[in-house]
Structures are given as structure tokens and as C-alpha cells.
Design a protein around this ligand. Structure first.
Ligand code: SF4
Length: 343
């Protein structure tokens, strides 16, 4: 049974003063919910920090709950249409465990509930009437908190109304509730997997999250031909050091999960204590790029406020045209040297 309050958590383990001082009525709104799987890992500080709130959340009141202004880009009630070629469908507000760094605090854990069949159909019809949209993110919340029959119905509607659209199954469940991926659920996924591609979009932030159960859950998708891509968030006190990220990305790749994004934490209210300064993020990015292959290297990315879009954050290797060299370019090398490149 999942833990759903700080009091319940305090009854099974000792809380620090900072954790006990978290105010559930505070300005950052996200409730506490911790799955059994995560509860078994809370002795690991980098996992605990992602799921157990502290008073620091209450102190951060400056930022918005919706820095991406998703609410202004609604295609339908549950469909966010912010980019011309892709859209995000908010399947439910519910997750198996609420991440304290959640960027969708305006919605996650808000008691909005699962999208019903009418809302799903409306979204699918909107997508079908916007032929530029080629990818839909089934997100939330976490789509796998829906019942098997609800997932079956939702995939049936999307596949029948907009069959040529790529579906990204966005979930934290492999990391936080791997037992959800039962043979019955995987049978439903198999039933709908043919046609336009499906991708599994995971979120693993620390190597200790790559438990055998988590990896088996992802392997079940990859074995049926659904590629897995990982979206990590750079988090202070969790993975803001080179060694941790190199280990995470190497292990992901070894387990057939492509490290795709390393997100700069969004400026969401209640998360300032988890964000890493961009200057330090750039230093980490440069250092891990030296150690990782291109395939293992995620893109360090910021999602700009007010719907500004995603931008890649990387060291500027090209310094410009070198003076007095007939137009040759001058570059920094990954190891800190300098090279000239012909025009
Ligand atoms: S699983 Fe995703 S939507 Fe849910 S709390 Fe974590 S980051 Fe937010």
C-alpha cells in the first residue's frame, strides 16, 4: 500500500526536522505519495530527496506553478498543443509517486482524475484535424496509473482516430512501480503496438533507480520492438556530479535505454532547492561528454519559460573565425585544446 502523507511516512521511518517541517498546505501544492517500490529504496539519500518533501519547498514561492504556460496552449481540455508537430495528452493527474521536482505541478496530484472516453476522443479528433501533428505524448501524471481497460480504450481510440501518429508512452512507472507491467498490461500494449511507432519515455535520474525489476519492466517493451528513451532531470543533491551521470548513462545504454535528455530543472514553484545552476550544469555537460560515447550522451536541455521552447545547452566549441588565417575556424577541443578547421 502506497504512503500518502508525511505522518504515514513518519510512522514507518524517522524523518529529519526539515522533512517533518514540510507544510502540506504550503504554496507548492504537490501532495506526498510514495509507492511501495520507492519506500523500499528511501534509505538511499538521492532517492529520498526526490520523493520526501522538506520545508525548503514551502520557502520557494517566487516561481509559477506553470512556467511553460501549458494552460495557455490547450488544444482541447486535456491536450497541450505548444509545438506545431507534437502535442501532449494529459491522461490523468495521478502518479505512483510524486517527484518533488515535478515540472507539471499545476496538474499532477490535482484530483483532476483520468481523462474519460469523451475527452480522449476529443483530443484524438483534434489531432486528426491537425495533420502537422505527427507525435503525441501520452503523459500526465502517469498513464500507467490508469486501469488496464482504460489504457486499452485510450489506445484503441488514438489508433482508430489518428492511426498515423507516433505515440510516446511517457512514464515514471518503470522506476517507481515496476510491478505495474504485468503480463496482462503488456498484452494490451502488444495489441496496439503495430502501425505508427510507439516509444517508451522513461525517467531515471540516479543509477540506484535501475533495479532489476525496473530494468525487466523496460526490457519487456524493448523486446516487443518499442524503443526506450530516458529523460533525466539534473537535480541538486541527486545527480549533479559527473560520476553519477556517467554511471547512469552508461548503465541505461547497456540496458537498451537511450539517454535522450538531461533536463535543466524548470523554474517551478517549490523546486528551487533542487535546481542546479546552469553554469555548473554546463561544466557537468562538458565533463561527461568527454567520458561518454555519442550514443550514451544525453542532450542537456532547458525548456524556456512562457512556452519559449526547448534549447540545447552545451559548451560553445566553435569560437569563431581565427584572425589572420584565411578564414579558418577556431575550435576548442573536448579536452581543452585548440584546433583550426578549414573553411
Ligand atoms: S511522475 Fe512525472 S508527472 Fe508524476 S510527479 Fe513525477 S515528474 Fe511529475
Amino acid at each position: 500500500m502506497a504512503i500518502d502523507s508525511i505522518e504515514a511516512l513518519g510512522s514507518i521511518m524517522e524523518l529529519s526536522d526539515e522533512e517533518r517541517a514540510w507544510d502540506p498546505e504550503g504554496p507548492s501544492t504537490l501532495p506526498v505519495l510514495i509507492s511501495d517500490h520507492i519506500a523500499s529504496l528511501l534509505a538511499i539519500p538521492q532517492i529520498r530527496r526526490q520523493f520526501v518533501p522538506t520545508a525548503a519547498e514551502n520557502e520557494d514561492t517566487a516561481c509559477s506553478l506553470d512556467p511553460q504556460e501549458e494552460a495557455k496552449h490547450q488544444g482541447t481540455g486535456r491536450l497541450v498543443h505548444r509545438y506545431s508537430r507534437r502535442a501532449a495528452f494529459l491522461t490523468t493527474d495521478r502518479c505512483f509517486a510524486y517527484c518533488r521536482h515535478c515540472f507539471r505541478r499545476r496538474f499532477s496530484g490535482s484530483l483532476a482524475g483520468p481523462a474519460d472516453e469523451d475527452e480522449i476522443r476529443q483530443a484524438a479528433e483534434y489531432i486528426a484535424s491537425h495533420p502537422l501533428i505527427s507525435e503525441v505524448l501520452l503523459t500526465g501524471g502517469d498513464m500507467f496509473t490508469l486501469s488496464d481497460s482504460h489504457i486499452d480504450m485510450m489506445l484503441s481510440v488514438f489508433r482508430s482516430v489518428c492511426p498515423s501518429v507516433i505515440l510516446r508512452l511517457c512514464t515514471r512507472a518503470a522506476a517507481v512501480c515496476p510491478e505495474r507491467f504485468t503480463p496482462q498490461l503488456m498484452g494490451i500494449i502488444r495489441k496496439h503496438k503495430d502501425g505508427a511507432p510507439m516509444y517508451l519515455m522513461t525517467q531515471f535520474n540516479h543509477p540506484e533507480e535501475l533495479t532489476p525489476d525496473a530494468l525487466s519492466a523496460v526490457a519487456a517493451f524493448v523486446d516487443m520492438g518499442i524503443p526506450a528513451m530516458n529523460q533525466s532531470v539534473l537535480l541538486r543533491g541527486v545527480n549533479d556530479d559527473e560520476e553519477t551521470l556517467i554511471s547512469l548513462c552508461s548503465r541505461l545504454l547497456m540496458n537498451r535505454i537511450k539517454p535522450y535528455y538531461l533536463f535543466q530543472g524548470d523554474p517551478v514553484r517549490g523546486t528551487a532547492h533542487l535546481r542546479v545552476d546552469i553554469e555548473r550544469g554546463l561544466e557537468i555537460e562538458r565533463n561527461i561528454r568527454r567520458a561518454l560515447s555519442g550514443l550514451a550522451m544525453p542532450q542537456y536541455t532547458a525548456d524556456l519559460p512562457e512556452g519559449g521552447g526547448k534549447v540545447i545547452l552545451t559548451h560553445q566549441y566553435l569560437r569563431g573565425k581565427a584572425p589572420g588565417t584565411d578564414g579558418r575556424y577556431i575550435f576548442d577541443t573536448p579536452d581543452g585544446g585548440t584546433r583550426y578547421y578549414p573553411e
